[in-house]
Each structure stands twice: as C-alpha cells, then as structure tokens.
Design a protein around this ligand. Structure first.
Ligand code: FE
Length: 167
C-alpha cells in the first residue's frame, strides 16, 4: 500500500515539476511576444476595416498608382497605420519618388515595421508590414534618396495622417 502511495507521489511530483518547467516560461514568452500588439481574427478585421483597407492591409493588395490620397500630400505630421493607429512615418522623411505612391526614406523607428521576403512576382521584393498589427503597408527598395538610400513605397490606403497640431 505504501509503495503504491509513494509511486503516485512520484508521478504527481513529476507532473508538477514538468508543468512548472515547461509551461510557465512558455506562457510568459507568449505574453511577452503579444504584449501591446493588436491581434484580431479575420472576421474582426473585416468588421473594422473598409473593403478596400481589408484588401490591401490583410490580403496584401496594391492600390493603383497616382490614385491614393497621400501620394501628393505635403502637410507636416505623422503617418499612422490605418489598421491599428501606430505611428509609422514622419512627414519629414516623405519625398516625391515619382512612382505615384507615398514614399519615405525611413520609418519613424525601426521597430515599427517588419520586413518579409515577397516572392509573389518573378523578382524578389522586400515587403513592409506594420509590426504592431501585421498589416501590409507596401515594399522597400534600394533606389531611395540620401541619407538612407531606401524607398519605402507605401499604399495610401494603409495609412492615416495625424497633422502636427493634432499630436
Ligand atoms: Fe498596424
């Protein structure tokens, strides 16, 4: 009888030990990773975005060149993500690339954007996504102006604008 009790005690201690060792750090990591991030289901995105925003932000679409509301926009302020409102680009880094899409030579800070390899065309491009909500913003190319030499080519639909006085 005692042996059986001891046996169960070992099993229970084992379960508790592995529970603590394996579950606790994992769940902490998960929380850390998702901290401050906007995470929504596909249905939630459909409900809160316009069909055009959904197509570009969530399905990686591209607006027609020279049709977007911001490609000629010259006000001072901050361009924010149309999906989650996070700050993405300053008007100070916006320039006219002649491509018909809003273009910037640098994001407001490196941690605001995420880069992914995009092989959807015969040539490989670097896709730019909002690091907070994962929304598709556009692509980055190496033909930009100084000081970075980069061209962040962004869909107007993926952006909203906060004028300097609204900050
Ligand atoms: Fe976002």
């Amino acid at each position: 009888m005692n042996k059986i009790k001891k046996y169960y005690l070992y099993i229970i201690s084992g379960i508790l030990f592995f529970g603590i060792v394996y579950n606790t750090p994992n769940s902490n990591k998960k929380e850390e990773k998702n901290m401050n991030k906007t995470i929504k289901t596909d249905k939630e995105w459909k409900d809160c975005l316009t069909p055009e925003e959904y197509k570009i932000l969530r399905e990686k679409g591209t607006e027609m060149a020279f049709t977007g509301k911001y490609y000629k926009h010259k006000e001072e302020g901050v361009y924010i993500c149309a999906g989650c409102g996070d700050n993405l680009f300053s008007s100070k880094t916006k320039y006219d690339s002649g491509t018909g899409w809003p273009s910037f030579w640098e994001p407001i800070s490196g941690d605001k954007i995420k880069e992914e390899i995009d092989k959807s065309l015969p040539f490989v491009r670097t896709e730019i996504l909002c690091n907070n909500c994962g929304g598709h913003l556009g692509h980055v190319f190496n033909d930009g102006p100084n000081p970075t030499g980069l061209r962040y080519c962004i869909n107007s639909v993926s952006l909203d604008f906060k004028a300097e006085e609204d900050k």
